[in-house]
Design a protein around this ligand. Structure first.
Ligand code: SAH
Ligand code: SF4
Ligand code: F3S
Length: 470
């Protein structure tokens, strides 16, 4: 028997076992919660992948009989789905766990679980085990299908559960999902990452790349569109290394009939091809926008980061796209203060920002992650100095954006309406193709619809305008 088959039969056995636990757990819950079903509170930190995982966790819980609440104090099960990408993300979770001590003491059957990327690390599980007795379950990113067993052990056997098993087994298809949103949906196309950028914890907590089969993805998107979803975001840490060919997948998704738009994150520049750009331009449902993180402008730093491209390679992709479509929109992630980065090298990053004119930037100060290669690199720039660089960069980006957004003035853009305006409820808010926030006056009945908006004003990283022809 080959390896995959062994894994598959393991998985089938595991799922059979879980269905038995599901029955036992349901019976137990009916005994404990006689009047009304138990309520779960799930909070996700981190990226879209985590939000997508939480939707599957909710799917499992709904099958067992849990309802959901947004109020932590009202819940019978609290799950924090955590992120490990930077230290401050972890610090926030520890702070929140600390605050749960009183709630746990006050509520006999309250179950507290910590899962996700942070929980996948042994050091974190050890710390929770010894320092936070209020936590009943710690489980990583590979085992949430074992929730019935974990919950049963906590509630019936009164034991604490720690499951960090790392298992790159076949992807579980057909899981029920409770989605957060009715308009926009995340659809994972692949899991894990093989790139080992030297600063990054993701490959250690998410395992190796595994791609979903194209027909599974098409089936899921087709159903979502039938259910009325208007925006589909295909997810992966590096969608361009999707095993069955990402451009082909995009073309197939584009062929699904219905009125919806397609986005995807994230793209690694080393694998972003001209074929990808052509596909985006040729497929009418794909937003003409690419999130393409370059991280740093210096080739020496890119090499130290193990990014496997030079900034010239990066410019090649940008130039190719803008050569075909002059207003092709780009956004990026940037790390400031990688170990050993000099001020001159930081200025090279600034230069890229000024040249490319990104519509949006996600900027981070480098955060040391234990177990990564960069952990032991000498780093002699003080944190405060790095903070200064970051603020400088944000100021420059503000100028770039103000200039950039002028291209929309007096133009009409298509907006998917997402909800009420943040500051004024007579306004509606949504995003245009370029993923830029657009606000305008309009009736609530337009939420979930595409509308045409003529842009009249630019303010604070957003566009403002008036609806036309609706
Ligand atoms: N797979 C995606 C990125 C996922 S993490 C990609 O490669 O594009 C999202 C972003 O977090 C990264 O692009 C990077 O800019 C930032 N990041 C990752 N590790 C970091 C660290 N140790 N310190 C600071 N920022 C980090
Ligand atoms: Fe991290 Fe690099 Fe993988 Fe992105 S591609 S998840 S930055 S290791
Ligand atoms: Fe964080 Fe894990 Fe995503 S580390 S950024 S939640 S893949």
């Amino acid at each position: 028997m080959n390896k995959i088959n062994t894994h598959k039969s393991d998985l089938i056995d595991e799922l059979k076992e879980q269905s038995i636990y599901k029955i036992k757990l349901k019976a137990l819950l009916e005994k404990i919660y006689i009047d009304s079903p138990p309520l779960a509170y799930i909070h996700s930190f981190g990226c879209q992948q985590n939000i997508s995982d939480a939707e599957k966790i909710k799917g499992f819980l709904a099958e067992i009989g849990y309802g959901f609440t947004d109020i932590q104090d009202d819940s019978d099960l609290i799950i924090y789905n955590t992120c490990a990408v930077r230290e401050n993300a972890e610090a926030r979770v520890y702070g929140n766990i600390g605050e749960l001590k009183h709630l746990k003491a006050a509520k006999e059957n309250l179950v507290i679980g910590i899962c996700g990327c942070m929980a996948q690390q042994q050091s974190v599980a050890d710390k929770i085990k010894s320092t936070y007795p209020q936590v009943d379950m710690v489980f990583g990113t590979f085992v949430f299908h074992k929730l019935p067993e974990m919950l049963y052990n906590v509630l019936a056997e009164r034991i604490r559960v720690f499951d960090l098993k790392e298992d790159n087994h076949e992807i579980l298809e057909g899981l029920s999902t409770v989605r957060e949103d009715k308009i926009k949906a995340y659809v994972p196309v692949m899991y894990g990452c093989n790139n080992f950028c030297t600063y990054c914890i993701v490959p250690y907590v998410r395992g190796r790349e595994r791609s979903r089969k194209p027909d599974e993805i098409i089936k899921e998107v087709t159903q979502l569109v039938k259910d009325g979803y208007k925006e589909i975001t295909l997810l992966g840490q590096n969608v361009n290394s999707y095993s069955y060919g990402f451009s082909g997948l995009l073309r197939s998704v584009n062929e699904i009939s219905g009125n919806f738009r397609i986005r995807f994150v994230s793209s690694h520049p080393k694998d972003a091809t001209k074929e990808l750009i052509d596909t985006i331009i040729e497929c009418e449902k794909i937003c003409k926008h690419l999130h393409l993180p370059f991280q740093a402008g210096s080739n020496r730093i890119l090499n130290q980061m193990n990014r496997k491209y030079t900034i010239e390679d990066y410019y090649d992709i940008i130039d190719y796209a803008r050569g075909k479509k002059s207003d092709f929109s780009f956004s990026s992630d940037i790390i400031v203060g990688f170990p050993g980065e000099t001020f001159e090298e930081f200025l090279q990053t600034v230069e890229v920002i000024k040249k490319v004119k990104f519509d949006n930037l996600y900027t981070f100060v480098y955060s040391k992650r234990s177990g990564t290669k960069a952990e032991n690199l000498p780093d002699n720039i003080p944190q405060a100095e790095k903070g200064k660089w970051l603020r400088e960069l944000i100021l420059i980006q503000r100028e770039v954006v103000t200039e950039n957004f002028k291209r929309f003035l007096n133009k009409t853009v298509t907006v998917l309406v997402e909800g009420e305006g943040k500051t004024d409820s007579t306004y509606l808010t949504g995003k245009n193709d370029e993923n830029i926030i657009v606000e305008f006056k309009g009736h609530h009945s337009l939420i979930g619809e595409f509308v045409n908006v003529k842009i009249t004003k630019i303010k604070n990283w957003a566009l403002f305008g008036e609806i036309i022809n609706n």
